[in-house]
Design a protein around this ligand. Structure first.
Ligand SMILES: *Cc1c(COP(=O)(O)O)cnc(C)c1O
Length: 422
């Protein structure tokens, strides 16, 4: 027999009847929610593994560690700290960085702008991608009130001016190409005006700017503080030669984190080198200073926990890889710190070197390491891979159907810390 309660909801809606919640419940009885509620923070990565025994990779975020790094930069850098959002756009990471005192955010797309606007109300955003679509410039300027833009060509300058109806309240940053030989990653291959072509662009941008800035990127994971000093010297020489007044000097990102076999000088040395270089240039000493750290702010604030699905000799088939959160362990060859976790205990105290294969079918999905782990590591063991708060979760794809969005907060210390070697 058909009762009123068995009417499908669609029918009820068509008849324009308001169905009270209690009735709705009786139509579709309450079920377990399909999406589990956000898990509480865990004391440690080990606690999380013991409790969840995760079959999928788990991204572990350490808010206290990220806050610590952000506070260090705010205190030690002699200017404004601008967080490079692309490094880790996770909402919790953004909120943590903002709470730690960072008010400025370097964004590269309209999607990032929306994200920052949503999670950090009142944030000062800098649109520092030197090649932007007209739609992105329009949205940034008119919808989000962004006034700071970078460019590295006359055509981009023209584009920005056309889209903003020749606004006179913009701060334009000319991106310069700088030598990158001290960094693990070059960021000048694609962007930046060569120094010899910079004068005419600087003069044109000066005419169109409220405040004129220059910016550069010495390359990511820059291992030598002198790279900043050299770049600052080159900016000063350029200004001398062009006689253009500069308001803002943005020294970009590139500050290193620490990885096995790659221990940079203390971050304090970078600050000293930068302060000294700026002070010695009268043309720069009045400028507002900006830096755009990404990696150094968040790298040690994240780990990924993976599971071993098969072992073949010294190669471990794990459930995350270069199409997931381990891009940098692939072709770029970063060696991340690793640690085996076997809740039942009994791991061998002898160690051996391993390489990893990721879960997809592509042979590019392999990571040579070497990663040092107990020599009896086997299927079903978990591995914490550290220093993955930067350029990790944000690089994930769904290739081959392997994708994990599970993120938890943990309160233990990072596996390595650059802030511990000052
Ligand atoms: C990627 C990027 C950064 C951050 O670089 P890190 O090496 O991670 O510090 C800063 N500024 C710009 C323009 C970038 O493209």
């Amino acid at each position: 027999m058909k009762t009123a309660n068995s009417e499908p909801p669609g029918r009820a809606l068509r008849q324009n009847t308001v169905v009270p919640l209690s009735k709705k419940t009786s139509i579709a009885p309450a079920r377990e929610p399909l999406v589990a509620p956000a898990p509480r923070p865990y004391r440690s990565v080990d606690d999380m593994v013991h409790e969840l025994r995760p079959a999928m990779p788990v991204h572990c975020l350490r808010p206290a560690t990220i806050a610590n790094a952000a506070k260090w930069f705010v205190k030690q850098f002699p200017g404004d700290v601008v967080y490079a959002v692309k490094t880790n756009p996770d909402a919790r990471a953004l909120a943590t960085i903002a709470r730690a005192g960072v008010r400025h955010f370097d964004v590269a797309s309209l999607a990032q702008i929306k994200q920052v606007a949503e999670h950090v109300p009142g944030a000062h955003m800098y649109f520092m991608h030197p090649v932007k679509s007209r739609e992105a410039i329009h949205g940034a300027y008119f919808t989000y009130g962004i006034r700071d833009f970078s460019l590295d060509s006359h055509d981009e300058l023209q584009k920005i001016l056309e889209v903003t109806n020749h606004a006179d309240d913009m701060n334009l940053f000319v991106r310069l190409s700088m030598p990158n030989n001290q960094a693990a990653y070059s960021l000048s291959g694609k962007f930046g005006v060569p120094l010899e072509q910079a004068p005419s662009l600087l003069m044109a941008a000066r005419k169109a700017s409220a405040k004129l800035g220059v910016c550069f990127h010495v390359g990511s994971q820059c291992m030598n503080p002198d790279a900043y000093a050299l770049a600052i010297q080159m900016v000063a020489d350029l200004l001398q030669a062009t006689d253009v007044r500069l308001d803002v000097l943005d020294i970009g990102g590139g500050f290193p984190s620490i990885y096995p076999g790659m221990t940079p000088p203390p971050l304090g040395n970078y600050m000293k080198a930068i302060k000294k270089a700026v002070k010695s240039q009268p043309m720069l000493s009045q400028c507002q200073l900006l830096c755009e750290p990404g990696r150094a702010l968040v790298a040690e604030g994240g780990s990924v926990v993976v599971r071993v699905e098969l072992r073949k000799g010294n190669m471990l088939y794990i459930n995350d890889g270069t199409y997931g959160s381990l891009f940098d362990a692939g072709t770029p060859g970063f060696v991340f710190p690793v640690r085996a976790i076997r809740p039942a205990g009994g791991l061998s105290t002898k160690i051996a070197e391993f390489g990893f294969f990721g879960p997809t079918c592509d042979s590019v999905d392999s990571m040579r390491g070497p990663f040092t782990l107990p020599d009896d590591i086997r299927e079903g063991d978990w591995i914490e891979i550290g220093q993955l708060g930067a350029y990790s979760a944000t690089m994930r794809t769904n290739f081959n159907g392997f994708y994990s969005d599970e993120t938890v907060e943990v309160a233990d210390k990072p596996m390595l810390s650059i802030f511990g070697i000052n």
